[in-house]
Design a protein around this ligand. Structure first.
Ligand code: FAD
Length: 362
């Protein structure tokens, strides 16, 4: 098991980068990656275990978001869609953390609706020319490269864009209050020229690439967050034993102990779901439905447990130095990133043959 005792402290953008690098040095990016691709050669269950351990020790949702954006937004698309030359050129440095990356889908006018994306790519003899504006992209200020989705001949496609490419601007604004230690920002592409070998996947494969990346992110991002929820629960139990009210410890009040019992159930339910996704992946099965269910259940559970934790701590839960209020903001962000709770419900309904997408007869 990895030792997180020497994890650098939280702070500015450099601190975020250092914390991410510490995790990469511990081999956290190599789980569920084959040994011939420089991975550990283990499975998704090992990945879940390692991320759970990280969450419990770092209690930093931002770090977990940053790590997951890098893994599912760049490493796995390279593994799934990269040709042999691209894998050789990119994977070793992405896995070692020498290169930090992520994926840029969202735009100021298009979040949930990926069909509304307007960023374009045009093929020329000297390379692709990209124009567009991406927003709320995790890791942008610390990223060396991003997988950017743009329309080529009207078809959604993936392109690897480096920070140093001419016409590419990776900004550190705007940022959101939740998951604060994960850096984020806008990407502005103004006649950004990239070589032709930077297209990842086929023209028009972008929709499928986004779906696959988000399915994985939704399934496994909560492995680390459940570690934080376990820590949160331990803090609440400890507080309920120490704090007195009417001469009795807080937990003696059913109103409090029932909240704590529900927190315990949420942690265990989330863990069962994440482990189920790992089991499905490790046995070569699809996770479309399970990952949407996991994301929906876990983000709602994280928010409710974080609200309950603040309530149980009383006013001290609102103290700046108490992490509990920050977790409420992180949980709100978790209901939006990787697709909102409403979108997960749309996916679940569609996959079981109902909802807005159903075109059959009643
Ligand atoms: C912390 C954080 C990190 C992020 N990191 C990234 C990143 O790395 N890369 C990236 O590309 N994006 C990233 N995002 C953006 C994220 O993917 C979007 O916020 C998300 O897809 C929702 O889009 P939106 O915010 O534009 O809301 P909108 O799509 O405008 O939706 C607004 C509200 O309407 C609801 N809604 C919209 N459409 C429907 C519908 N069809 N049915 C029901 N309800 C609907 C939504 O659920 C939401 O509640 C990040 C966001 C956050 C908060």
């Amino acid at each position: 098991m990895i030792n997180f005792q020497h994890l650098p402290p939280c702070g500015d953008i450099n601190a975020s980068k250092n914390r991410l690098h510490y995790c990469t040095e511990q081999g956290l990016l190599r789980h569920a990656v084959a040994t011939e691709l420089h991975g550990h050669g283990d499975g998704f269950q090992a990945l879940v275990k390692a991320h759970l351990n990280l969450g419990k020790h770092c209690q930093d949702t931002g770090l977990i978001l940053s790590l997951n954006a890098h893994i599912w937004g760049s490493i796995f698309p390279l593994i799934l869609y990269g040709n042999a030359t691209q894998k050789q050129a990119w994977l070793p440095s992405l896995l070692s953390g020498e290169l930090i990356a992520g994926h840029a889908i969202t735009e100021p006018q298009a979040g949930s609706d990926v069909n509304a994306l307007t960023t374009t790519a045009v093929a020329t003899e000297s390379g692709f020319i990209l124009n567009g504006h991406k927003r709320f992209i995790t890791n942008t200020p610390i990223a060396d490269a991003l997988l950017i989705y743009a329309k080529l001949d009207g078809k959604l496609s993936g392109f690897l864009v480096k920070k140093t490419d001419s016409g590419a601007h990776f900004d550190d604004q705007p940022s959101v209050t939740g998951c604060a230690s994960a850096t984020m920002g806008d990407v502005i592409l103004q006649d950004c020229l990239i070589p032709l070998d930077r297209q990842l996947g086929k023209t028009g494969a972008g929709g499928m690439m986004i779906q696959n990346a988000l399915e994985l992110e939704r399934a496994f991002i909560f492995a680390g967050i459940i570690g934080i929820m376990q820590w949160q629960l331990e803090q609440v139990v400890q507080f309920s034993r120490q704090r007195l009210s009417n001469g009795l410890h807080l937990g003696a009040n059913q109103a409090i102990s029932h909240k704590i019992a529900e927190m315990q159930c949420r942690v265990d339910t989330c863990l069962l779901w994440v482990n189920e996704c790992a089991r499905l992946k490790d046995t070569g099965k699809r996770i479309s439905l399970a990952s949407a269910q996991t994301k929906l259940i876990a983000s709602e559970a994280f928010l409710q447990s974080s609200l309950d934790a603040v309530q149980i701590f009383g006013a001290s839960g609102l103290l700046k130095e108490n992490k509990m209020l920050g977790l409420v903001q992180d949980a709100m962000a978790s209901r939006l990133f990787s697709g909102s709770s409403e979108i997960q419900k749309n996916i679940i309904a569609a996959l079981i043959g109902t909802g807005a997408g159903y075109k059959g007869k009643a």
